[in-house]
Design a protein around this ligand. Sequence first.
Ligand code: THU
Length: 139
Amino acid sequence: MNSTPTHDYSALVQEAITASQHAYIPYSNYPVGAALQSKDGKIYHGCNIENASYPATICAERTALVKAVSEGIRDFSAIAVVTENGGSPCGICRQMLYEFSPNMMVILADLDGKIHHIMPLTDFLPHGFGPSSLNSSKD
Ligand code: THU
């Protein structure tokens, strides 16, 4: 997929900013919002949800992903992720997203809506391990 940003992702970024307002972040005070767009045009929102048992925290990207997959949606075209500084998705989120749509576009923006990076997920996780690595299908 071409990594040149030809598409206007500003509306998806705004959806992610709205999602970030629900972040439950008593420990880090670092809100993250995600807006995951399915290939059929629906948007699934996610925020980070922290826990007093710190490792139980779930990131915004995975919140959005599990919402979609649990409703039977497995094909995605893009995800917008917003943080205060345009921060990058963690490795666990990259891996979980890669399972379903390695070619989705990833848009990283800040809470003011400024886009810092637009790249396909395969650029964030080169040589990723996915369903085909096991010679099986996600279906
Ligand atoms: N966080 C995310 O929501 N997504 C990421 O990809 C990176 C980190 C959250 C987890 C935690 O609530 C906070 O950011 C600080 O690590």
